[in-house]
Design a protein around this ligand. Structure first.
Ligand code: SF4
Ligand code: SF4
Length: 204
C-alpha cells in the first residue's frame, strides 16, 4: 500500500540520512523523538525540498527510523544466513512501459531483467546481488512475496520498498523466522521510484 502522499528525498544531502541513522541508534534514549525529527526537518529544509507538510514529513522520518532500528536489531542474525533473496520493487525500473525489456513470469511471480539500460537501478542492483549469490526477484507488489517464499526456502531476505510496504511485510518475515534487511525508497509515487544504491550495497 503506498503512502497517501508522494515524496522525493533523492536530492536531499546524504548527511541527512546519516543523521537519521544516528537518531535510530539513539532511539529510546531521547525524551522527545518528535522534537528531534522536527529539528531535522527544519535543518534540512525537508518541507521546501519535498513539498511535504510537517505532519507527513514526520510520518516519513519516523518510518525511516523504525526501518533502520529493525535493520540494526536483525543485522547479526542476517549476517549468519547463507541462502538469501533480494526483492526489488518493479516501480524502480527505469521504464514501466514496453521499453522495459524484462519478462514477467506469473508462476514465480517475478520480472526477470533483460539489462536494457545501464542506468536502471533495478538492473544495477540485480546484477550486483547475483554476483553475491542472491536470488533476485523484481516484484509488482508485496503480495507476491509470500508465494515466492513458500516455493523456495531462504534464510535471509533483503527487500527494497516504500516504508509502508516494509512495515506491512516485516512482521510476516519475522513470523516465518526469516532474517531481513530493508531499504526504504527515497522517492515514492509507484513509478520512477528511487532507492539509495550505497545503502543497498551495504545491506547486501
Ligand atoms: S534494465 Fe531491466 S528492469 Fe531496467 S528497464 Fe531494462 S529490462 Fe527493465
Ligand atoms: S511505491 Fe513502489 S513499493 Fe511502494 S506501493 Fe508503490 S509500487 Fe509498491
Amino acid at each position: 500500500m503506498p503512502y497517501r502522499f508522494t515524496f522525493d528525498l533523492s536530492k536531499v544531502p546524504r548527511f541527512f540520512f546519516t543523521e537519521i541513522a544516528t537518531v535510530s541508534y539513539q532511539k529510546g534514549m531521547h525524551k522527545s523523538l518528535l522534537d528531534r525529527l522536527q529539528s531535522l526537518i527544519i535543518k534540512f529544509r525537508i518541507e521546501e525540498a519535498t513539498g511535504l507538510n510537517i505532519n507527513d514529513a514526520i510520518v516519513l522520518l519516523q518510518d525511516f527510523i523504525d526501518v533502520q532500528a529493525v535493520n540494526m536489531i536483525e543485522r547479526s542474525k542476517f549476517l549468519q544466513t547463507k541462502k538469501r533473496a533480494l526483492f526489488l520493487p518493479h516501480c524502480s525500473r527505469k521504464y514501466l512501459d514496453s521499453r522495459c525489456r524484462a519478462s514477467f513470469n506469473a508462476d514465480i511471480p517475478s520480472y526477470t531483467c533483460a539489462h536494457c539500460s545501464e542506468e536502471c537501478l533495478v538492473n544495477q542492483s540485480s546484477q550486483l546481488a547475483a554476483t553475491k549469490g542472491y536470488d533476485v526477484y523484481i516484484v509488482p507488489g508485496g503480495s507476491c512475496i509470500p508465494k515466492i517464499l513458500k516455493n523456495t526456502k531462504y534464510e535471509g531476505v533483503v527487500g527494497v520498498a516504500c516504508g509502508e510496504e516494509i512495515k506491512m511485510f516485516g512482521p510476516f518475515l519475522n513470523s516465518i523466522g526469516l532474517a531481513g534487511q530493508a531499504i526504504p525508497l527515497i522517492k515514492n509515487g509507484c513509478a520512477n521510484t528511487v532507492f539509495n544504491m550505497e545503502t543497498l550495497v551495504n545491506a547486501l
